[in-house]
Design a protein. Sequence first.
Length: 159
Amino acid sequence: MTWGLSVAHGVSLAVLIAVILTGAFLLMCCGYCVAKGRTLRREYPLSDRPLNRGFVVVTILEAAGVAGVVIAAQKMGRFDVLPAWIGIVIGLHFLGLARALRAPVYYATGCGITLWCVLAWVLFRGNLLGLAVGVVSGAILWVTSSFNLVKVLARRTAG
């Protein structure tokens, strides 16, 4: 966020206060999620099962996709579009994860990130593109994490 504000050159006090309050709220929520996650991890330790083969395949495809877009951007001399292109690959990666991990919420996450990154690629240029992709994709991932945590906590209190 500070990087984005530094790019904006002259931000009003109202915007600065809104960003600081939003950041403080997100930090408090993240702290809560980390604390609850640690508690859940102690109660439900990891199993000794090997990694899901689908997860490994999706992760390898994501790495190859990111490498591919970096090479394409380098060949075209368009490093300015890397945030959007990498965001598209990450969004598509979530579609694969949804199937591999049987987590339907990841379909929404993947669609949201992919569609936003395509839209941002069309609408924004330069530093604003990186800022738009990073902030909105991060918010989508934060909402997904919060949704998963609430779902686990609800199941825990119900059962």
